[in-house]
Design a binder for this molecule. Sequence first.
Ligand SMILES: Nc1nc2c(c(=O)[nH]1)N[C@H]1C(S)=C(S)[C@@H](COP(=O)(O)O)O[C@H]1N2
Ligand SMILES: [Mo]
Length: 208
Amino acid sequence: MRLPRLPRKPKVILRERPPEVVAPPGQYLTDKFPVLTYGPTPRIDLKSWRFRIFGLVEQEVALTWTQFTALPARAITADFHCVTQWSRLNNAWEGVAFTELLKLVGRRPEALFVMVHCYGGYTTNLPLATLTDDTVLFAYKHDGKPLPPEHGGPLRLVVPKRYGWKSAKWVNGLEFMGHNEAGFWEQRGYHMEGDPWQEERYSSDMLR
Ligand SMILES: Nc1nc2c(c(=O)[nH]1)N[C@H]1C(S)=C(S)[C@@H](COP(=O)(O)O)O[C@H]1N2
Ligand SMILES: [Mo]
């Protein structure tokens, strides 16, 4: 006998949502921290680790792990919203603010977009203006512990005001560009902006 297909429900339930907490529309809360990766977790050696910032900048750089971790640190607490509909609230992230890196390389007026590059080949695109506020950082710690490899360790981007796919794990490069280009998921129909409060999940082409 075939059972009817049930509508998809979250597997984990979650804590009672405090009244002052508002998750974006269409999201459910989880206390777990699911791992969402396309492909395997890359193996990364800190000795050969590099973070290149290149393209439309005044001064290109290639930072070693020692150089990167010597940069001024900053901590934020932020919610994380995956487009597959889970949200994990109050993540404590520690790392280096995007604005700190921008100071290093210098801004060129023609630079309007950034392509984020990762070990393993993943990419995601963001307008420069989305990255230049104090909520955006490159994190090497999560909830007080070194960022585990499956969550992007040694270093990941965190953009709390965008869906999780923009928070690229295992980052190794930022490419400053004059035009917008689609990253890995954006080429496959995800939204170019990805604002969870606007439910910018998929591009309108895909919904047609
Ligand atoms: N390099 C890389 N970064 C990535 C992904 C990926 O597959 N590769 N998945 C993205 C997606 S879809 C989400 S929701 C978050 C999930 O982060 P987590 O695995 O730490 O929960 O990572 C994002 N960053
Ligand atoms: Mo995701």
